[in-house]
Design a protein around this ligand. Sequence first.
Ligand SMILES: Cc1cc2nc3c(=O)[nH]c(=O)nc-3n(C[C@H](O)[C@H](O)[C@H](O)COP(=O)(O)O)c2cc1C
Length: 267
Amino acid sequence: MKGKRIITAIIALVLVVGTIYTVPLTKTSAAKKVKISAESFDLNPGAVRTLTVSGTSQSVKWSTSNSKVVSIKKNGNKATITAKKKGNATITAKVGKTKLQCKVKVSGKKVLIAYFSRSGNSKKVAQYIQKQIGGDMVQIKTKKAYPSDYEKCTEQAEKELEDDIRPEITTKVKNFDKYDEVVIGYPIWWGMAPRAVCTFVEQYNWEGKTLITYCTSASSGVGDSAAEIGRLCKGAKRTKAFSAYDDEILNSSLKKRIDKWLKNIKA
Ligand SMILES: Cc1cc2nc3c(=O)[nH]c(=O)nc-3n(C[C@H](O)[C@H](O)[C@H](O)COP(=O)(O)O)c2cc1C
């Protein structure tokens, strides 16, 4: 009887120890599996993505099936993919005998990113958006520069908003008609978009275009500003506006929020 109990105890001990050691071992071998960071994505021409191969210390050989559609800049286990023109391409990462692939579809969608920026925040966001979705970029510039003195600038901006004036701008987009999606970015001035942004959007025919808006601000957020821009872009399909705040420009959590917003954009 005593002998039976000892055997049962030994079996239990073996099972417990076995479980403890098998779990971490399985995890370690799974982590070592060679992987590519994405197996497919859709891009607009001009958009940039990074692909990474993990789980190996061996060298990675990168190639594209169509260099007219996407170009690759190789950097060890990472590769920067830039979408060039409409079409499909397969990116291959060869690690020893293992072949990992990512299918890239480049759409023919034409994107314009137009932004106003006095102190650079909205510009930084515009540049990040361009990296993600591609497209052409233009800065909305006034004929007469705003005062470099912050107080003076806020006084002028307040007056312009009160009188709802349209400052003259020097920015003119040729072939605005060719764009399918237009991103309008601006700082919040007294709760709204600078009046120069209104001057810009009112010049064009927005029929059938998708309007994407974002703003940067110290704390106010988008407020009624995007709704106003939406009203001025008659005929455009509006999407959910995005707010970035000064203290997060351009940290990794803002980048993640922008990525999520862009992914979920629905006209
Ligand atoms: C004239 C003026 C008015 C502003 N009004 C507001 C405001 O009402 N609410 C707010 O949160 N920030 C306000 N700000 C701060 C800017 O929105 C913020 O710093 C923005 O990120 C600046 O963007 P930029 O660097 O692209 O010009 C104002 C700034 C200026 C110059």
